[in-house]
Design a protein around this ligand. Sequence first.
Ligand code: GLU
Ligand code: MG
Length: 436
Amino acid sequence: MTPEAHQDAPELTPLTFVATSDLTGLTKGRVVPTAGMPTGASTGWVPANVGIGVDGHIVEGIPFDSSGDLRLLPDPEAVHEIRGVPGKPDLTVAIANVVHTDGAPWSCCTRTILRDTVAALQEEFGLSAEVAFEHEFADLDGDTPHHPFSWRNFRAAEPIGSHLVTAMQASGLELENWLPEYGRHQYEVVVERAAPVAAADRALLLRDLVRDVFAAFDRRASFTPMTAPGETGAGVHVHFSLQSADGSNPLFDADRPGRLSELGGRFAAGILRYAPSLAAVFAPLAISYERLKPHNWSAAGVFLGVENREALLRICPTIEINGQDPEPQLHFEFRAGDIGANPWLLLAVVLRAGLEGLRQDLEPAEVVVGEPERAQITDLPCDLAQALDLFEQDAEVRSWLGEDLVQTYLAVKRAELAAVADMSDEERCRWYADIY
Ligand code: GLU
Ligand code: MG
């Protein structure tokens, strides 16, 4: 007899998952009955949890031990009703900031780091931002013949795709695009833009929603950057625009190269300048660097390109059909991120680097039109070990994140490198595919 057939079965108790994201970018939290979670209530959390690595163990060498207590304090503006996953009850997800027991922010709360960055951009330069995350993932159990962008591949994922889109709409994740991608059984899903923290919150929700809907059909969706050596990579691309207080687009200047304003050029310069030190954050997996190679349309090198899909930072095209105005449309796409990055931290470091470009009045970044010359490209680190060394050596970047977070991050990521050290390339890809 199935549970549903039980005549006297009690109604399911509505549950709330109080959620955070850790340094592996996986969503973590605690579950409470929704009725027991009025606005302002919090639930417990443990400092050492931030030191859990991708293999599910607390790593050695972090500045936290078995002592201490924190609270997950839901943001009342980030309470989401997740609906429409076949076979699963509706769920409230209350996205939380991590605070001390007296309510003071915890220095390792990545959501707070993003909120502070967004606030600084507003206070110091009067700028706000809008952000849309683009996620690529693979249906690991897809076994029908593949062809990029094809009707056939779109249909191969039906009815899962329709259920996914339905669940997204029902859960307040407005869909912009759902498409069969280039890679083998690869798909892409784009959620409409929102304010930065809300956009990163949605990125976090989207990942588990996708995995849940695929799992309901006994299929495994994985966002891993490389499903197998030599395969097409999967990225997490971050589109973002800036707005001035009067609603105009401070990135736009029709008379400059790429139609990018001087301010936009300085913002971009900050991102390019710090990119090598930040790679450990936006490309944080041992296999991330297999994706960040030439001809993968990911981000083979550090440059600002006009409509160029190999650029770390792309000036996106504007649509001018029927006289549409390009001015409000011009925006950036940061293309180097992947699923290993905590979405709040990923966005925080990109915006913070841009903010530093403004603060330090950096020379506007060179706008590369067409293919870059070798001299116009700065290299990204060649692997995660080098990325971690650059991150560790950059005192400025460390100061953005705080020493507890930096030390924990280095320990988590170096333990991860040790865990994959003896694996073959195939085994590494499989390991990460299972995790992500
Ligand atoms: N799959 C590419 C990546 O790894 C992106 C392709 C595209 O959508 O432009 O980032
Ligand atoms: Mg894509």
